[in-house]
Design a protein around this ligand. Sequence first.
Ligand code: PNS
Length: 166
Amino acid sequence: MAAPPSSLVAIYPGSFDPITNGHLDLIARGSRLVGRLIVAVLRNEDKQPLFSVEERIQMLEDAVKPWPNVEVGSFNGLLVDYAAAQGANLIFRGIRAISDYEHELQMALMNRRLRPEIETAFLMASELNSFISSRLVKQVASLGGDIAGMVPAAVESRLAKRLCKQ
Ligand code: PNS
């Protein structure tokens, strides 16, 4: 595949509580399309996360080491303002099933209204990874199910430790 257009900077935003192999699949795909990819964790979330933002960043930083053009950041407030501050002209979001589409479309159109110069692109993970979500991984792990191959090994052991403490 040809080298990515180095002028393109993309943000891949999310909660990443925790990162899954579905996210990593998207990061691998996204990193081939742009010169710089920033995986950005939202800080000001309403939901009660299982892992702190710092823990999530640490897990992401370990997981993205194979890709030299991928870095990890975090943001408060509006995603498009963070994207603009980083010089990003693209937002990547993953779409798994059609059920994701309505919410993702709403967010993409709102972001376009706020900053029309920033484009959202939807990527799809491989069919092997497209059913994985952080929410289901946490649920399965908390009920003693096997999540091997759904998250990086380091995340699997962190989940085991965190969930057996509760
Ligand atoms: O992994 P998630 O929880 O689906 O990610 C959602 C995220 C972080 C992309 C979304 O909540 C977001 O962009 N929040 C920032 C607030 C914002 O910019 N809102 C206006 C546009 S929808």
